[in-house]
Design a protein around this ligand. Sequence first.
Ligand SMILES: [Zn+2]
Length: 348
Amino acid sequence: MKIEQHGKSSASLVMQKKSFFIENDKHVKKQRKIADTYAKQPRRINCKNCNGLLSQDYDFIKDMIEYKICNNCSHLNGANEDTNEFCEAIYTKDSGESYAESYEEESIEDYNRRVSSIYIPKADFLVTALINNGEHPDKLKYLDFGAGSGYFTAALKKIGLTNVFGSEVSKCQVEFGNRMNNSNTLSVHEISNTNKVLQNTDANVVSMIGVLEHLQNPREVMNYIKSNPNVSYLYISVPLFSLSVYLEMSFPNVFHRQLHGGHTHLYTENSLNYMCDEFGFDIIAQWWFGTDIVDLYRDISIIVEKNHASNKLINTFKEMIIPVIDSMQFELDKKHLSSEVHLLLKKK
Ligand SMILES: [Zn+2]
């Protein structure tokens, strides 16, 4: 039986992403600076997902960047390449300090809260799906690729798994994550060694939580995973071309979380199916949930506030929307229209 799950409470998200509400203009400024760099890169000729030729015409422009929907697999592509120069500028400059800034939490309490509220549900979902597929999760070896500060590896260990490792390009995040967990679970790999890590791993389960979309060659990476006989499962979470993107087009002065920075392309249900077919994977579990309605709430709140509305008006809006965010989002999630999906893929 295949597992399908929808929805997730937004409470922790609204709480933990406060900075997006109160420091909007700072985030927008940074977003536009990255967009400027991206728009200066050479044109992207082929779809990031299926490698098909992208059309000459664009479907929309946002932050001066053209975007195109692939005619072959429906993947959404930015019209420029994420070159070495672009990736280094956003991920590894100052050993990744600037990129890590948005991830690194200050205290051990904050770190653990993030692990519990955001990452343990992801780990639980994986383990439940593996058991459902007849596996003994404690007998498998796990590699979290693009492990960041180790939130997901920490969650896997917290729910009782021991054979867990993480690999990450940012030295700064690896040091921080190992310090927070008092362990050596995480290690650093060079961007240029991405393929070797996946070619040589003896892990049975590779996870890439919010990673595939950031890779320069996702197709190459999928090929290495496909060819590595040790790997049986791939657990991914990717951002999707969803309502949030339309909100971003409609609210240019509110920080964009979905299609900006390292997200130069977005998946669709079709483009994911295309990828799974091409690289020989079955989707055995899927969890659809998104932040589209939180984005809508944030968009309206920030614009209303910018229009010098009274606190009374702002609070009335809050009271109106917050109690229905989850149920509104749930309707999108059920129809696979959310801004994110977690998939457990099994090699055919
Ligand atoms: Zn395509």
